[in-house]
Design a protein around this ligand. Structure first.
Ligand code: SAM
Ligand code: TMP
Ligand code: ZN
Length: 414
């Protein structure tokens, strides 16, 4: 493993061209959602998963980018609707948008990265004018089956201009867990600029870097999460693209996320939440390099502890199964070198992942039914962001003597 202090790559920030100081190298990593079939493992593509912070605008960002057409393909297997918690969250978002912003019959909402229509399906069912834009054809077709209208495409300034010409301006542009994925984020903002009405809002939700640091969620760092957002860095970023950050709220999704509300300058009042959170980030040094160096050391420790535990359990003849073939698990398994010798398989409810191998380390992914057939001694919970939902569902596993292994913020058995 690399000593972050010895790494000296100094590329420039994708947003402000300031110097980016690398603080962690998580090694050679695959596309986190590319699950090869057993006969396809030779075609995998890897990149160096390294993260740094811009010394000028403080945006935390990766130093190398996995090409987008490698990440978001027709067979992209992620489906938002596999989690009851996410389904409830996005139903609430749809209700909120319908009741507060999309009150006129003419109003249009465009969703960037609608995936399987977990949010848009609800708005579509309410008769709201809408369009999803998502390049992953399989997910987009699932959204269409829910009654949502979707354009299979990347959202950028070109597709946005076409949408505007064909459908008129959008009062709301919404996106969840997608904006941070786009390294060339300027094209997204130029697209929103073409599309949004003068008083419209661009709302996006994404993971919060302060929560990632506080709880050592290092596995939230993977190819798709090109940027890790703080309020200060997003405030500067949206201003650079001619917008204003008018509100920010914490939401309890994926271990800690933020909902950013962006408008044209002066179009909406700027709420106190923005400056309050920027001050809190200054107090907790969330824009400072040293904070991330400490985080990097904690990551190294967690990785070493997890491998030691799994090795001890294997040597003692205990059975361990992975639970949830999450994107996060690609980072954990490839960074730590955890393969089928330590974790013989991962169970997952997503049909598109079953029968395939985990990216990079090639741990077989099996249907959920394999979990209880028979129960293992330990389950390594890769889907820790859905812990409450999963542990409630799997009460019987614990009742008959099984135990969960968790690894963030530190390795432990519960
Ligand atoms: N919004 C859903 C959620 O929060 O659960 C899905 C999030 S999923 C992690 C990211 C989605 O964004 C994928 O379905 C992917 O195909 C899509 N995506 C990636 N880049 C995009 C782009 N430039 N424009 C539109 N969608 C994009
Ligand atoms: P995510 O962490 O990116 O949301 O992915 C969650 C993964 O975990 C997804 O592949 C589905 C899987 N999963 C299960 O296998 N069982 C469950 O009960 C839940 C909630 C998720
Ligand atoms: Zn910068």
């Amino acid at each position: 493993m690399n000593d972050p202090e010895l790494v000296s790559v100094a590329p420039t920030c994708r947003l402000c061209a300031g110097p980016v100081r690398e603080w962690m190298d998580l090694g050679r990593q695959p596309a986190s959602n590319a699950f090869p079939r057993p006969d396809e493992t030779g075609a995998e593509r890897f990149f160096r998963l390294a993260v740094g912070i811009c010394a000028d605008c403080t945006m935390v960002q990766q130093l190398e980018a996995m090409p987008t057409d490698r990440m978001f393909r027709a067979d992209y297997p992620y489906r938002s609707s596999t989690s009851d918690g996410l389904r409830r969250h996005f139903e609430a978002v749809a209700d909120w948008l319908r009741d507060t912003e999309l009150t006129d019959r003419a109003d249009l909402v465009v969703e960037i990265g609608c995936n399987d229509g977990v949010m848009l399906g609800v708005l579509g069912a309410s008769g709201i004018r809408h369009l999803g834009v998502d390049p992953s054809a399989g997910a987009a077709h699932a959204a269409m089956a829910r009654g949502a209208e979707v354009q299979v495409d990347f959202f950028d300034e070109i597709s946005a201009a076409t949408i505007r010409a064909e459908r008129g301006p959008a009062r709301v542009v919404f996106s969840a867990n997608t904006i941070s994925h786009v390294a060339d984020i300027g094209t997204v903002f130029r697209g929103v600029d073409r599309l949004l009405t003068p008083d419209g809002i661009f709302v996006f939700e994404d993971r919060y870097v302060a929560d990632i640091v506080e709880y050592a969620y290092f596995d939230q760092i993977y190819d798709e999460h090109f940027y890790l957002f703080s309020v200060r860095a997003v405030d500067a970023m949206v201003a650079r693209f001619g917008f204003e950050l008018v509100d920010v709220a914490r939401i309890p999704i994926h271990g800690g996320s933020l909902r950013f509300t962006v408008a044209r300058p002066g179009a909406r009042p700027r709420r106190d939440s923005v400056d309050r959170m920027i001050e809190e980030e200054a107090r907790t040094a969330i824009g400072e390099y040293d904070t991330y160096l400490r985080f990097a050391r904690q990551i190294e420790r967690v990785g070493a502890d997890l491998v030691a535990l799994l090795t001890d359990l294997r040597d003692a003849g205990r059975r361990v199964v992975g639970y949830g073939a999450t994107s996060k698990s690609a980072t954990v398994t490839n960074f730590c070198g955890i393969g089928p010798d330590l974790v013989p398989f991962i169970c997952d409810t997503t049909p598109e992942k079953q029968g395939r191998l985990s990216p990079g380390m090639h741990i077989p992914v099996r249907p959920h039914a394999a979990f209880a057939d028979p129960y293992p001694d330990y389950a390594l919970l890769f889907a820790w962001n859905h812990a409450e939902e999963i542990m409630a569902k799997e009460r019987h596993f614990v009742a008959q003597g099984g135990r969960w292994i968790l690894y963030v913020p530190h390795v432990r058995i519960v």
